[in-house]
Write a protein that binds this ligand. Structure first.
Ligand code: DAH
Length: 356
């Protein structure tokens, strides 16, 4: 019977040639099963050893094992060489040459970011109110039901709750917690603090972000900004409110824009009004934006309801006050004639750059 290992030197030589002539790690990997794996001739030979005498089998097994090891070692060594070469080439092609970076930095105009149009609008609104003697305060974006609704005279079953589609936070007991639907709860924080510290009267504006479950459209965003106003003092009347609104409108929008108040309902003010300004698109002539009325609604206002004063421990027989609230994004839209409010959140630099 012929020696099954007769062909072994040839098999080893062929395997070594295949290994050394592979030019990429991928090609070498393709050969792997036929060189050292299950489909290699060494595995086949192994099976034929069973027909040999025990003594012969032992020696043949050792030779076969040695041949296999030689091929495996050559395979590993070649794999190392090829993948190292490929890594080196990758480094070379991906590398940024120092000169490239320096050259491109110098040739590009350096541009830093700048505040967005909403932040700029908020700043100029604050400036106008500070000029009129108001201070600026901020409140939390996350509120309890009590601050956002109840203290503002909106009890749990009140139909006015339908006016604010609310994002509730699932924090469990004991209190209902939510994302504020308006900046009015900051009025409550301010009045409570003034009562505790004995620092009435209050003349403050309160800007901030609010949230409602609205589907964004040309005039609404689900996360938007309002600015709230509150004056609490002795002898404050509706005439003070109307005067502040008119002075603000002229100062912010210009002398040819007027304001008017129309009867409305808010649970936290009595009487309440809607605050409208001359349409800034048509300057009062009538256009599609203002539904041909010449006026655009900006926000709400009114005299602080005695129930709100009682909720924070202020005596409504001693103090009176007014409040107002309107959209900062809406102001930016009216002032800069932004057709679609969603542009404010789209992050299109061509839009954003116009307001730097
Ligand atoms: N919080 C109201 C809203 O978001 C706006 C508002 C109305 C604020 C009347 C006020 C006010 O301070 O007196 O719709």
């Amino acid at each position: 019977m012929s020696n099954p290992l007769e062909q072994l030197p040839d098999l080893v030589a062929t395997a070594l040639t295949t290994i050394s002539s592979s030019v990429s790690a991928e090609e070498l990997r393709g050969h792997e099963p036929f060189l050292v794996g299950k489909r290699s001739p060494f595995t086949n030979l192994q099976k034929t050893l069973g027909s040999l005498e025990p003594e012969e089998r032992k020696a043949a097994g050792a030779r076969l094992q040695e041949a296999r090891r030689e091929v495996e070692a050559a395979f590993e060594a070649r794999a190392d060489v090829l993948s190292a070469a490929e890594r080196a080439e990758l480094y070379e092609t991906d590398r940024l040459v120092l000169g490239d970076v320096v050259a491109s930095k110098i040739s590009l105009p350096l541009s830093a970011g700048h505040p967005g149009v909403v932040a700029l609008t908020q700043q100029s609104l604050e400036d106008v109110f500070v000029g009129m003697g108001f201070s600026v305060a901020e409140g939390p974006e996350i509120e309890t039901d009590w601050y956002n609704f109840e203290a503002l005279n909106i009890p749990p079953a009140h139909p006015a709750r339908g006016m604010w589609d609310t994002f509730y936070l699932d924090l469990g007991e004991p209190e209902t917690v939510l994302l504020r639907t308006h900046t009015s709860p900051t009025q409550i924080h301010l009045m409570e603090a003034a009562v505790t510290t004995g620092t009435l009267p209050i003349h403050a504006v309160m800007p901030g972000r609010c949230f409602r479950r609205d589907t964004p459209d040309a005039r609404h965003l689900a996360a938007f900004h309002q600015i709230e106003g509150l004056v609490v003092d002795k002898g404050i009347t509706f005439a003070d409110l109307a005067g502040v609104i008119e002075t603000f409108t002229k100062a912010y929008f210009g002398p040819d824009i007027a304001s008017r108040l129309r009867p409305a309902y808010f649970p936290f003010t009595e009487p309440s009004a809607e605050f409208e300004i001359t349409c800034t698109i048509c300057r009062g002539e009538g256009c599609r934006t203002c539904s041909h009325t010449g006026w655009i609604e900006l926000g709400g206002c009114g005299m602080v309801d005695p129930a709100v004063f009682r909720a924070v421990g202020i005596d409504p027989d001693e103090y009176s006050g007014f409040a107002f609230g309107f959209g900062i994004d809406r102001c930016a839209q009216m002032r800069h004639q932004i057709a679609d409010m969603r542009a404010l959140t789209d992050n299109d630099v061509r839009f954003l750059r116009q307001f730097s």
